[in-house]
Design a protein around this ligand. Structure first.
Ligand code: MG
Length: 380
């Protein structure tokens, strides 16, 4: 397979603050473990993935989505003989910078920051979390993760050239990230497409025939399942088809990546970095199916009136809380109020809101909107 392209852990550029090696855990294993023990990781449990909790106990949240991405990414990395620990650490950390209310939250924070000529980007926010906001270790700020994990965090979903993102200059602009990091974006895509299909089916937003009409690969699988399990209920046939679809997409990622590496003639990990394109790709068939799935989900789920209404409400609430704090930065809890006195308040407010879970956001918003200036922050 691609063992020759595996990122050699012993050639890591290391940590910002040098640390002695652990007697039995390797550097990327420690990174993974630090992510799992962070507060930002635990908060993923109470952040919306697509469906707000309440209607069902079975919808994914951002934590269970993250675990599914890690499962898929680790499977692919294992078969391809890449560094599974680096891949797993990157999968577990990949959504840690997401604000409350999924993409609505990200879009609204970005819009608020645009008023000040700035942006909100969840990957950059994730970097700020692991570099500073997590205060768990006496010897250094943040989690002191290795260079490759930080690089993978900012590059997993997009590349950037020299000068494009000055704050990321140290992360080898113009270079591809290691193959382990390249896998994350597509593992994420497989996980969210299939999970959103599952959750939306459970919510009664469509039936299996509608999926089959729009996604030819699903139709092929579904027909085979019908022949093979004639006595199964529609629900059982849907779940059986879905698990086969996940398996087929993961195989498409593994085969597509192996083929791209062969075609590019890459001999080592430095060549992965220097190669002008990403090597982690789907086969053309899996890529088409993934696009069709996405199109189906947009039409039936993401752009549905129910989700649009939720999204719209969340965006208004975020805009309201943002404005509330802009006018009263002194009411931010510590250490945010102190930071807001020394730095631009909009940046501090953005960081504060971005870190919130959905539930915590709603409590703060309710107090802010209903309670005027009365003791907002007994919650600490
Ligand atoms: Mg994700």
């Amino acid at each position: 397979m691609l063992a020759r392209l595996r990122f050699p852990a012993e050639r890591s550029r290391g940590r910002r603050y040098p640390e002695p090696e652990h007697p039995y855990r390797k550097a990327f294993q420690r990174d993974r473990d630090r992510v799992v023990h962070s507060r930002a990781f635990r908060r993923l449990e109470a952040k919306t993935q697509v469906f707000a909790p309440g209607l069902s106990d079975h919808f994914r949240n951002r934590l269970t989505h993250t675990i599914e991405v890690a499962q898929i990414a680790r499977t692919a990395a294992g078969v391809l003989q890449l560094d599974e620990d680096l891949t797993e650490a990157l999968a577990l950390v990949h959504d840690i910078g997401h604000p409350p209310f999924a993409h609505a939250g990200e879009e609204e924070l970005d819009r608020q920051m645009a008023r000040f000529g700035e942006h909100f980007d969840h990957n950059l926010h994730a970097l700020r979390i692991v570099e500073g906001f997590e205060q768990r270790y006496a010897r250094f700020p943040g989690l002191n993760l290795t260079f490759e994990v930080r690089e993978g965090m900012v590059k997993h979903s997009k590349d950037f050239g020299p000068g494009e993102a000055p704050e990321l200059d140290e992360y080898l602009p113009g270079m591809r990230p290691p193959l382990e990091a390249q896998l994350i974006d597509l593992a994420d895509e497989i996980a969210y497409n299939t999970a959103d299909l599952d959750d939306a089916y459970s919510a009664g937003m469509f039936d299996a025939e509608e999926v089959a009409a729009c996604v030819p690969r699903y139709r092929v699988i579904h027909q085979a399942v019908e022949t093979q399990f004639p006595g199964a209920t529609p629900r059982e046939r849907f779940y059986e088809s879905l698990r086969q679809l996940i398996d087929w997409l993961v195989s498409g990622l593994i085969e597509g990546t192996a083929e791209a590496a062969r075609e590019a003639g890459l001999a080592g990990p430095e060549e992965v970095r220097a190669f002008p394109k990403r090597i982690a790709v789907f086969t053309p068939e899996a890529s088409a199916a993934s696009r069709e799935l996405k199109r189906f989900l947009h039409a039936k789920v993401y752009d549905s009136p129910a989700l649009n209404e939720d999204r719209h409400r969340s965006m208004i609430q975020i805009a309201e809380l943002f404005q509330f704090f802009l006018e009263r930065p002194e009411t931010l809890p510590q250490p945010h109020a102190e930071r807001a006195a020394a730095e631009p308040a909009h940046r501090v407010i953005c960081d504060y809101i971005a870190g919130m879970t959905d539930g915590f956001f709603l409590r703060v918003w309710e107090q802010a909107m209903g309670g005027g200036d009365k003791n907002l922050f007994s919650h600490g």
